[in-house]
Design a protein around this ligand. Sequence first.
Ligand SMILES: [Zn+2]
Length: 109
Amino acid sequence: MHEVAITEEVVAIACERAQGARVRRIVMEIGRLSTVLPDAVRFCFDLCAEGTAAEGATLEIREVDGVARCRVCSASVALTQPFGYCVCGNTELDWISGDELKVILMEVY
Ligand SMILES: [Zn+2]
C-alpha cells in the first residue's frame, strides 16, 4: 500500500501551501496509467489528515485518461489502462501522459 505514503505527501503539500490556514478542500488528479488506486487514497485520506491543517477537508479525485503515441504511425492513442493498441493495430506505444499525480486545486479558510 504505497497509497498511504502518497496520501501523506498530498496532505503535507496541502498543509505547506495553506501556510497556517485550514484546508477545506483538495482536488487532485490521478492518471489512469499510474499504479495509484484512487479508492485507496480516499480511504486513507481522513487518517493521514488527522491532526493536520487538512483535518476534515474534502478530497476530490479526478481520474484522467492517459495519452500515448504509436511508434509505428505516430497517432495519439487515449489510454484508460496501462496497455492498449493503436487503430493501426500496433501495440508499441510510448506514454506521453497519464501516470501523473498532482494536487491541482485547494481551498483554505
Ligand atoms: Zn499506429
